[in-house]
Ligand binder design. Sequence first.
Ligand code: ADP
Ligand code: MG
Length: 335
Amino acid sequence: MLSLDHVSVAYDGQPAVQDASLRLDDGEVLAVLGPSGCGKSTLLRAVAGLEPCTGTVAWDGADLARVPTHKRGFALMFQDGQLFPHLTVARNVGYALRLRRRPRAEVVARVADLLDLVGLAGYADRLPGTLSGGERQRVALARSLAVEPRLLLLDEPLSALDAGLRERLAGELRDILRAAGTTALLVTHDHEEAFAVADRLAVMRAGRVVQTGAIADVWAAPTDAPTALFLGYARVLDAEPAAPILAAAGRATGTPVALRRSALHVADDGPLAGEVVAVRTTPELLRLVVRVEGVGEVDAVAGLALRAGVGDVVRMHVEGTRLAPLRGADTASLH
Ligand code: ADP
Ligand code: MG
């Protein structure tokens, strides 16, 4: 188990990470999500032992302060994968194993297993230059997993890829990490990537961890308006943080639907009904865009038990609304 307690890093007196505390259980994938420059990479580097920090980074309760990077048993993977261009795929993947002087037969078998795991069986003899960006990232992932790190640190591993590929590979990355039982800390600025890959989220802003929790919980109740916007809410109301935005029932009666704050510009509490115009799924969540008569399109979030589809009419109930100024990119369209 990785634990961070009150970890801070400063560059020339300027704080980059402030008072970060996190837990990561074995086998769990945690995504640190935040905008560019908020301190994600710095936090990851502190975990790896590449950046001096105050506070405590510990593994299974043992302080790592005096444990150098190469003795922590962690592996790092970056945005660009950084393969050796002159080595074949197989030699890239087996690199660390050969460095450790593992028997040749063992290296060959392990490399084959790993290429299988990342869906690249048959690519062993290719050179990195002949691979697509996504294939290169999968080779880099296989290479990171070769030595069975007790923790895999992933710094924006998919950010260099184009959108379609990124989405597909995010799902694959999730499956591969699950299949290998890897404990991983992923940092990214892309909420879709975080949702697709991780079990839990830690949302970071300006050097601080502002919210942690299971993805569904963070999604359903962002701690504040900037967090909601960063998570992908189209429009939010700066309402009372505790205002419940919940409720209920489409065809699958009783299934909770969290109505995003975007809908809170409806003056009255009470039921809303609307037609679903779009549905998006992540492994945990169903996101519905619902057209509400006289209101326009609003975003709603449902648990997986609700199988609403485009064209379905869903009924939602907004509780405890308090009107407050709208914020967000397309506020104007609401007036
Ligand atoms: P992120 O990965 O979230 O984009 P970083 O952790 O790279 O953010 O950076 C956080 C802050 O620390 C930024 O303001 C950045 O300019 C600063 N920073 C990062 N690395 C260094 C460094 N080596 N020296 C000085 N400042 C740095
Ligand atoms: Mg970074």
